[in-house]
Design a protein around this ligand. Structure first.
Ligand code: TMP
Length: 217
C-alpha cells in the first residue's frame, strides 16, 4: 500500500504550488510519486471539471454539485489513485473528500450524513494518510485566486466575491475537520513567504512518509 497525501484549503491558499514543489522534492529524494487533483485526474474528471468551474454553468443545485464531484472522484479513485497506491507510490492529491465536506457541507448546507456516505462510496473508503490544510484569510485567498486563475475556471470565485461569508464558512469547516482528526491533519498557516511555507510542509510531512516507508503506518 502506498501513501496518500492530500492538500486542502480554500481558494488562493497555494495548494497547487506547494503540492508541485513537494512532488519535485520527494522525487529528488527517490520516492516514486504521483501528482494529481480533483476534480480532474482522468479525462472524464477533467471534462466534469470544465463544467463545474466555468462561469457559464451558473448556479447549480447543491445536491447536483455534490453528485458531480463524487462522480469525478469515483473515476479518479478507480483509475488513478488505487492503481498508484497498489504500486506502492506516494500519491499527492490536490483536494479530495474533505473538499466535499467543506464546500458542499459547510458551504452549501448539504446534509453531512449524506455527504459522508457519498464520500465513502465514491472513494471506496479510501482515507488520506495525511492531509495538509493550508490556511489563508478568505479575502487574501480570493484576491490571489482571482489574479492567478484561468478566467474560464472561476465560477466559485465569482460567487465568493459576491458573498465572502460563504468562503468564511468553508474555511471554518476545514478548521473544524482538522480539530476532529488532529492525527491526520497538518494545519499550516500561509501568512508567510512561499519558501517558508514549503519548509514547514517538508519538516512536518517527511517524518510521516519516512515512517510509512519503514512500515510503521
Ligand atoms: P481548484 O481546483 O482551482 O481549487 O477549483 C476547484 C473548485 O471546486 C474549488 O472551488 C473547490 C470546489 N470543490 C468542491 O466544491 N467540492 C469538491 O468535492 C471538490 C473536489 C472541489
Amino acid at each position: 500500500m502506498g501513501f496518500l497525501l492530500t492538500f486542502e484549503g480554500i481558494e488562493g491558499s497555494g495548494k497547487t504550488t506547494q503540492a508541485q514543489r513537494l512532488f519535485e522534492f520527494l522525487q529528488g529524494e527517490g520516492f516514486p510519486c504521483v501528482l494529481t487533483r480533483e476534480p480532474g485526474g482522468t479525462p472524464f474528471g477533467e471534462a466534469l471539471r470544465v463544467l463545474l468551474l466555468r462561469p457559464e454553468t451558473g448556479s447549480l443545485d447543491p445536491l447536483t454539485e455534490a453528485l458531480l464531484f463524487a462522480a469525478a472522484r469515483r473515476e479518479h479513485v478507480l483509475r488513478v489513485l488505487v492503481p498508484a497506491l497498489d504500486a506502492g507510490k506516494v500519491v499527492l492529491c490536490v483536494r479530495f473528500t474533505d473538499s466535499t465536506l467543506a464546500y458542499q457541507g459547510w458551504g452549501r448546507g448539504v446534509d453531512f450524513a449524506f455527504l459522508r456516505l457519498l464520500n465513502e462510496r465514491a472513494s471506496g473508503g479510501l482515507t488520506p494518510h495525511c492531509t495538509v490544510l493550508l490556511d489563508v484569510e478568505p479575502e487574501t485567498g480570493l484576491s490571489r485566486s482571482l489574479a492567478s486563475h484561468d478566467p474560464r475556471e472561476v465560477r466559485f470565485e465569482l460567487e465568493f466575491a459576491q458573498e465572502i461569508r460563504l468562503l468564511e464558512r468553508i474555511r471554518e469547516g476545514y478548521l473544524e475537520l482538522a480539530r476532529q482528526e488532529p492525527e491526520r491533519f497538518l494545519v499550516i498557516p500561509v501568512k508567510r513567504s512561499e519558501e517558508e511555507v514549503f519548509q514547514e510542509i517538508v519538516e512536518r510531512v517527511l517524518p510521516r512518509i519516512r515512517q510509512w516507508k519503514e512500515g510503521k503506518v
